[in-house]
Design a protein around this ligand. Sequence first.
Ligand code: LLP
Length: 441
Amino acid sequence: MNTRDTLKINEKGHLEIGGADCVELAKHFGTPLYVFDEAYIRRMMRTYQDTIDEEYDRNGLVLYASKAFSCEAIYAIAKQEGIGVDVVSGGELYTAMRAGFPAEKITMHGNNKLPREIAYAMECGVGTIVIDEYSEADLLDAEAAKRGVVQNVLIRVNPGVEAHTHAYVQTATPDSKFGFSIGSGAAAAITKYVLGKKHLRLKGYHCHIGSQIFEKQSFVLAVEKDLAFMADVKKSLGFEAEVLNMGGGFGIWYTDEDEKIDAEGYRGYLRALLSAVKSGCAAHGLKLPFVNIEPGRSVVGEAGITLYTVGAIKDIPGIRKYLAVDGGMFDNPRFALYQSKYTAVLANRADEKPAEIVAIAGKCCESGDLIGTEFNLPKANLGDIVAVLSTGAYNYSMASNYNRNFIPAAVLVKDGKAEYIVKPQTYEDLVRNDVIPDRLR
Ligand code: LLP
């Protein structure tokens, strides 16, 4: 089990998160329920920013990648911690603005930002927009001209680094819908194009090589390729980048097949990256750029768990035993999408030894609706509370109302006390936007 301060087993044999008893949480708030430990989230945000401040002379800003978990409270926490955020849609931006997040500390991404999203970003005064296509540069320039402003932009480049992770979350390979390839010359060509735009101020470059990556070397290699490119552009176009945004991607613990990295370990990842920036700049005669990183998963992933209640048990002798819970792919589609593995615990009997391997199935009408197939648990009974660990990232944010199930509520725990940060849905919420045209009545 995850050994960080977040989770422990109390004297009743119950799982605790952030000092709150999971059995009590399930009783009070119902299941399924997302639960987040505030201290973990703050610790990670602070660790990253402190590392930049200490190792890189305060010359950088952490941007929490809010696609990992977006709701108003998370932007409120990031604001209090003094870091920035990245957003990838009008919806994430709207949520951040509603939470009172300072627009100048927001960076906006997207490989196909809609004209209305671009207009909205400028209306909000978003600090930086990352260009991912020529047509977007045109749109941005026109929108900025209309408003009589000059917009700070970065260009997303693809350094062509292959990191070991699931193919769908790998982004910097040659075949990618993201960014401009450095190797092919596309990145240099768009640089020239953007430099010609009157209402855009090109600050530098962004890259993101993928997610759930454990090799420091992949990040170092990406830095080296980016800096070599920046040196080329300085020579050929006379443009010296002031900003280098290295994206996110640090891996987290899901099962014991993954490394367990504590705050100090993540500091080590960032230190390796920053030291590659320093040595690369020295080697190429570049001035040190302002650095951004965009961690998402590693900030919220291990901070979160999901609580479920076992409602049915199906034992198919010699084949498999299924525990069916009251959630499923509608609150966690990651097994269905990526065959992602998780660790589960019976929260009401967390001190008992595992006795059997079971699959945890959801309640959706399809066979692929599984949280996973290989959970090592004590023999479960109906009514037991299952806690699936490390669900804080890309669960709520990828949840759906499939089968018209409710997207679970989320609570935030601080010093043993839990409060809603996302309220439960109601049947009314599900039909809120439904319309029956008159001719069907
Ligand atoms: N910056 C950019 C431009 C990104 O595209 C991403 C993630 C991040 C930062 C944050 O990366 P992180 O630190 O969270 O690894 N739905 C998938 C993950 C997709 C990640 C997409 N981009 C999953 O559930 O594993």
